[in-house]
Design a protein around this ligand. Sequence first.
Ligand SMILES: [Zn+2]
Length: 333
Amino acid sequence: MSKKPVSLDLSRRDFLTKTSASLTAPILASSLPTIANAKAPFLGTSKPQFYRIKVGDFEITSISDGEAMIDKVHPIFGANTTKEDVDSVLNNNLMPTNLFNPSFTPTIINTGEKIILFDTGNGDDGFAPRPLAGRLTRQLESAGFTPEQIDIVVLTHGHSDHIGGMKEKDQEVFPNAEYVISAIEFDFWNNLEDIPKGLEGFSRTFIANTKGLKEKFRFIKPGQDVVTGVQAVEAYGHAPGHLGFHIESKGKQFLIWGDCAHHHVLSLARPDLHFFFDWDKEIAAQTRKKIFDMVATDKLAVIGYHMPFPAFGFVEKRDNQGYRWIPNSIQLK
Ligand SMILES: [Zn+2]
């Protein structure tokens, strides 16, 4: 389909001519469905599974790995404040106070030279169970890719909703891929003996999914490139070595921010709220503010792993110090 915008010359005369023509068009009674004819089986709810845009020379595809349904919001968000405080932000935004529904959105960048997958979803042993999540491998084909085509798997961090899809039944899903992660992250999750209490499950999944693959890993620091045009950005706090990635092609830029936000209303409006799964709650809050401020100031497009699918959007800075997620509509296509 052509992407050239249609030029609308809506002079009053033209508008009236077209409108009156459509109003006076004959309506054939026989062509209207009867109530009986309109019946059809219910098909179940449906959501898009992938979404593709072009940024410079890069094609960017976001793929839904699914979602989780968690029956509370506070104190997962805002253990450092009251439930009433959190509920009031949710109520003001017409959001339920008893449902946390994060999306999981791996992203593929085709640079023309390399096919790079950012995060692998939940797989069969990740954070969120099947059938709601762990769908990446099933969605790849409909999005136009095979697992063998993936040249590089970039892991923003080691949580199991990001690394769970690396293996299926102990076999590598992306057999030809090089893996890229921060060394801080790799060492932290691989060390079960020293892992803080409560994080043992994440550590076990990480150890199982990276077992035997160390020689396929490349360790990266903030400021270093995965490939030309894909540069790691420090976003520590949610996990010790959590990274975002700044993407640039032909002067067009955007940021893959990984897990800088987990709720498109709460995380943005109140970046100060502690989040249960943040490794260091204060550093994570500082990182949120720093990243949100940068993307709002620079009007940088964002892909947010846990933002509502397809997870492309922008951030507006509000007068009261908070921020607002603006889902992409026609800015990126
Ligand atoms: Zn996550």
